[in-house]
Design a protein around this ligand. Structure first.
Ligand SMILES: [Ca+2]
Length: 166
């Protein structure tokens, strides 16, 4: 056997291992992308349901815009804040941002207590994106997702409750 042939045989397991690693790597990427795709589809279905529910909440409970509500009173129930928080998260998590949903939800708040209840319901959330491990409160999420002019708009909405800027 000539030296070149021996070298070739010696290199074979190494090449084989490299190939296995490459194939595994590709499989992991494909699996990750598939998971993300599945999550996005589920998210958008849930999103439209939530949007519908939010409209219901706003329509049924927002029927008396002239009513003067004290700032320390929550004007929604816990399930509503949860739904709003979920909807805000869906609007911000992943690629892009659904600014209109954000403005709609924030505009539906009526008191300072509503805002704090929403912040509580949101808690601290971690992005589901595989490219980032961003984590934060509602305020942190909003200031991360929105442009300067959008932040100004949010601050205008929140300023009527005397809430510090996001
Ligand atoms: Ca986003």
């Amino acid at each position: 056997m000539n030296p070149a042939a021996i070298l070739k045989m010696k290199n074979k397991p190494v090449m084989w291992l490299i190939n296995v690693v490459i194939v595994l790597f590709i499989l992991i990427i494909v699996y990750k992308l598939y998971q993300k795709f599945k999550r996005d589809i589920k998210g958008s279905i849930r999103n439209s349901q939530i949007e519908h529910d939010i409209k219901d909440i706003v329509n049924t409970q927002g029927s008396d815009p002239g009513a003067q509500v004290t700032s320390n009173v929550r004007t929604y129930n816990d399930a509503d804040y949860k739904l709003m928080a979920e909807s805000l998260f869906e609007a911000m998590d992943g690629l892009g941002t659904d600014e209109n949903s954000i403005f709609t939800i924030l505009s539906s708040l009526r008191t300072k207590a509503d805002w704090y209840a929403l912040v509580d319901a949101f808690g601290t959330r971690k992005t589901s994106s595989m490219w980032s491990d961003f984590e934060g409160t509602l305020t942190k999420w909003l200031s991360d997702e929105l442009s300067d002019s959008e932040k100004t708009r949010v601050n205008q909405i929140l300023s009527k409750f005397g809430i510090a800027r996001i």
